[in-house]
Structure formats: structure tokens, C-alpha cells
Design a protein around this ligand. Structure first.
Ligand code: ZN
Length: 358
């Protein structure tokens, strides 16, 4: 299916001005082309191009590719509807293709009347994953003074599998993700990088110079990219495992987690929360594409519940690592046990089973 990804551009003031000027000029050109098409009753794009291409280039100073795009858009408009002359607002979306817009890590290189501009962009993890399958065209739009690119992406979505089994995943800090099979998806390397950066940042902050501030910015950018890569790898592995074993993925409902006052919550508070949310979103998005249902379960007492006898007791959790049931003696790695409880809830809860089979 074709879905549209949206990214937010972060231009400097001068770059925003260049975008505005380019957009307005392109729309003036579109009105010029539309007028010419209407006057000469020339609506096919090749014919229209021969009627006005050179005049548009000479009058508006737009790149060849932009000019061709504008003519195509106007011709497309008349193909759809030919009852009157079409007009374009100066802030209408304009179309770019790969010759006037290219993508690099975290930024685009975009053609403007003031020359090519390299502009950083922001987008969510879902959008980012979609961009891997982007089509060559993109639309530049502006809303309330902000700039966005809308990019059609060809995304393959598989039919959702029917299953009554679940792979439980417990997300945390020490172990970023632990699943109910006992696999620990750790990110010790990521934690090391964070730890080292935190000390470095402290030092640089005390220095307080301009170059120190620049270095701090670079550090956090690098750390964010590193965390994102880690989240991509972990989410991919978890979804592949659920897919390979035809299971749903069960996660704790985050709404409940923020209300709880537990050891695990204070542990979560130290986690970069955006990274935590990013991993959840990566898992949800990749699962959706793979047709794997994601089940969200009640998070209450997942770390204190014995999966064998069902006893809920704070004392069941001896430490960060160890779970030993005070009643039946069932023991295991605390995060694995919690992931098992999460998986169990996904299967046991009647509405969730209904959702899975439906
Ligand atoms: Zn027990």
C-alpha cells in the first residue's frame, strides 16, 4: 500500500525565506502555465510544455526539473477537471523529485531560488522506517510558519496472523528488552556510551565555552543516532522472533506504568524516555508491517507475580535480577519472569484473545 510519511524541516531563518520565495514563485509559475493552458486550450502535458516551458524558465528562474513538474501538475489538474481556469494559491504545495531533492542522514538537500540548501529534518520512528521505501517524489508544504515534506512510500503490509500464543516483552533500563523465552536483548554498549557521554558533558558544561557547547550538541546527536540504531536492531529481532514462531507480541500498557510507584518505575525514570518510547514504536510499527498483533496488557504487579502459583508479593522479587516465589519457590531471572507474566496476561485476558482471533 502507498502511505505518506511526513517529516518536519528545521530551516534557518534564511533557509525558510528561500523556501517561501521558491514556493511562491513556483505557484506564480503554475498560475502562468494554467492561464496559458486555458487560453490556448492546451491541456496535454507534452503539448503544454512546448507551449510554455521556455517562457516559464525565462520568467521565473526555476530549475528545469521544477518547471517540468509544474507543467505536469497543471496538466494533471486539467485532466481531472476542465470546467474553468485553475488557479493556485501562493502557499499551495509544490512537488519535488529526486533531481531537486536528495536525502542524507538526518537532512535533505533541496533546490531553492537561493541555491541548494541542506536542511535538517525531524520525524518519528514510524515515518523514518517508512522512508526506507520512499517514492522519488515529495511535496513541500507549509503550515503556520512551519515547513514539511510529504513523501509517498510504498509499504508492504502483510495480513495479520491469527494466533493465541504470545511472546511477552519486558522493557527496562539495565536490560533494554527481555522476552518471555528468556532472551535478554541488552544494550550494554549503549549504556557505556551514555555513561561516558554524561561525564564528558559535565566537563564541557563546566568549561562553558562556545566550542564546548558545540561539542555537547554533537555528542547528544551522536548518542541519539546510536540509541536509534540499537532500537532498530532490538525491535527487528523481537518481531522476527514472534513472526518465526507465529506469536503475538505482548507489552505492558504504558498508561498504568506512569501511575505506579515501584522499584521498576524509578528505574524507568532514569531511562531516556524518548528512547524507551522509540523502541515501543519501532516494535509496534515493524509488527504491523509483518502482520504480527501487538497486545497491550495491564502492567500492575507484573514484576511481583509468580507465574506458577499466581501469588502477588513484593518479596517475590529479591533483587533487580532475581525472582524467587515466597510461596511455591519458583525462581528465575526477574525480567524473564515479568516477561512471562506479560505473555500470560495477553493470552488469558478474554478481550485480548477475542482481538487475536478476530
Ligand atoms: Zn509461586
Amino acid at each position: 500500500v502507498k502511505l505518506t510519511a511526513q517529516v518536519k524541516l528545521c530551516p534557518t531563518a534564511e533557509q525558510a525565506e528561500a523556501l517561501r520565495k521558491t514556493m511562491e514563485t513556483a505557484n506564480e509559475a503554475a498560475n502562468f502555465v494554467s492561464e496559458r493552458a486555458w487560453q490556448t486550450r492546451t491541456f496535454h502535458r507534452f503539448a503544454l510544455s512546448s507551449v510554455c516551458y521556455h517562457d516559464v524558465r525565462a520568467t521565473f528562474g526555476l530549475a528545469a526539473q521544477m518547471t517540468t513538474q509544474i507543467i505536469n501538475v497543471v496538466a494533471g489538474g486539467y485532466r481531472a477537471k476542465r470546467e474553468g481556469r485553475h488557479t493556485y494559491r501562493l502557499t499551495s504545495a509544490i512537488t519535488y523529485d529526486s533531481r531537486v531533492l536528495s536525502w542524507k542522514e538526518g537532512e535533505v538537500s533541496i533546490w531553492t531560488l537561493d541555491g541548494r540548501q541542506r536542511i535538517p529534518f525531524l520525524c518519528g520512528p514510524r515515518q523514518e522506517a517508512m522512508l526506507a521505501r520512499r517514492c522519488s517524489q515529495a511535496k513541500l508544504v507549509t503550515r503556520r510558519g512551519e515547513w514539511f515534506l510529504l513523501i509517498p512510500c510504498e509499504v508492504e503490509v502483510r495480513d495479520r496472523i491469527a494466533t493465541s500464543k504470545a511472546l511477552g516483552v519486558d522493557l527496562g533500563v539495565v536490560n533494554i528488552a527481555v522476552d518471555s523465552d528468556g532472551e535478554i536483548h541488552s544494550a550494554s554498549h549503549l549504556l557505556n556510551v551514555r555513561h561516558r557521554n554524561r561525564r564528558l558533558r559535565g566537563k564541557l558544561q563546566r568549561l562553558g565555552t562556545r566550542s564546548a557547547k558545540r561539542k555537547i550538541k554533537r555528542l547528544s546527536g551522536r548518542e541519539a543516532r546510536f540509541a536509534r540504531d540499537t532500537n532498530h536492531v532490538i525491535s527487528k529481532r523481537i518481531v522476527a522472533k514472534a513472526e518465526g514462531t507465529a506469536r503475538a507480541i505482548a507489552l505492558e500498557d504504558l498508561k498504568g506504568i506512569t501511575k505506579r510507584q515501584t522499584v521498576r518505575q524509578s528505574q524507568r525514570a532514569t531511562l531516556h524516555s524518548w528512547s524507551f518510547h522509540q523502541l515501543r514504536e519501532f516494535i509496534a510499527y515493524k509488527a504491523e508491517l509483518a502482520g504480527i498483533p501487538v497486545v497491550v496488557v495491564d502492567p500492575r504487579n507484573t514484576s511481583r507475580t509468580c507465574p506458577e502459583c499466581g501469588l502477588i508479593d513484593k518479596k517475590n522479587r529479591r533483587s533487580q535480577e532475581s525472582f524467587v516465589c515466597v510461596s511455591c519457590g519458583f525462581a528465575g531471572h526477574a525480567d524473564t519472569v515479568a516477561a512471562g507474566v506479560i505473555a500470560g496476561r495477553a493470552v488469558a485476558d478474554p478481550p485480548i484473545v477475542a482481538a487475536l482471533s478476530g
